[in-house]
Write a new protein. Sequence first.
Length: 500
Amino acid sequence: MLRLTSIRGRWTILVLVGTAVLFPVLAPAEDLPDKFRKQLATDRGRQAVDSLDFLLTLSLTAEQAQRILPLYEESCRIHTEAYDLRAEIHPAELEAYSAFLEEDRLNQGFSPEVERETAQVSHRAKQSRERVIGELNALAGEVWSLLSPEQQAAAAEYQPNKQTLRKRFTTPQDQRKAARRAKRRARPARHQPPRHGPELDEAQKELRTINRAVHAHLEPIAKYLLTPAAAEHVYPDGVGRAPRAVREAAECWQHGTRDYPRAQCDRDEQEIHKLRKEINHWNLANGMHFSLDQIEELVRLADEVRRSREERRQAKPKKRRSQVEFSAALVRLELEAEAVLRPGQAEVLAEYKPCMIPPKNLKDPVRVGQASDSARHVSWLKHARSRRPRQVDAMIERLIAREGAHLGPLDETAAGDRRALLKTTVQKASKMTDVEFALNQDDLAAEIEPQDRKRELTADIDTIRRRRAQPGRTSQFLLNPGFAEVLKVRYAQLAEGAGQ
């Protein structure tokens, strides 16, 4: 049984490990808040606290703990292998992304070697992450099957910072501050439109559901329990007495390896994140084809947004602008930024999604403002129109699977409708002569363009936020400090006759 109790002013955490043995972890009650505050000051410290918090929330039985231990040991092997793979991939990412960024800044196209290497390295890194996530989630599924319905509900709904540990380890002063914050939040605001409503909540919920289906992510059990961060709680008598796989994973998690220390891994990951972020900025800047006048105005607006944020952050609470007033000011700046854009640029921004390799409608100036790129579906129809019915059926299933991976899975009815449309369009294309197909291929491809529910929801959310006087995509992409720095470099390039 995993539980937290108070004995004579001392907190006692009891965790079952192995065969019905309880190992106590004791500390004076007054020392624990300081201990956890110190842990929360570091990323790995926060992970360890969240893992303990999650374990306390589940309150495992002795039988459950015994059956979970082998699964935990296997998860530690996966984490160690994943760290070794990161040690191999990170240098390749740094080299490839740096070379890609150098060419991206020039806006003169990408050399085939650099683009190919960047795409391959990025794809390899993504595949390795997804494989690890898949393996850990599979183990999490086994743990899930061992839990009671109440424990399953607690695991599914778990959110850090809102559960048992921080509520238990708070001083009276912290409790009074929390009560005052809750009272202020409950106080009705004058002349303040609701920041959220059923319409916005439903759209955001649906978008989150699609994103969770499309992007690999760790389930709560995998994230908070099947992690080396939990080792000190699963084996509270000392990780040194744990199985070898657990010891190695805990060492990797805390310190890394001799060949690839954790500090170097953290620095590399920060640099990779920085490179990818700047590449996204340049991809958008290159696709928008701003003039000098437009850049001057957008940089001015971005600087004003930055100053407004700094002033609000530094102002004393009583003199600070309310969130409603601040959001309204950002929306006014957004509207000014949108007034700077040409119609084609506004369409590019509406369709823009951050990506490593820019799509054709961002790389090719002729395509700026096009809502979609039909080349893939034209190519697919070219191959499908000459295939046998069984081959066409297989091609349709593969296409639906790929679309589901990018746009979100379809329910049974929608998938059936999609199959019927694709099959009918292929039959129509196969009856055409080569000349007729060449003349009609773009129209046929447009007929089978899949519904992009993510794009629709993103636009809907932006519209709702604008009605509620809240900033949206324009502020997110065009008026952030990183993009402003990119625009300043592009301005210098254009002034010198480069970067066209």
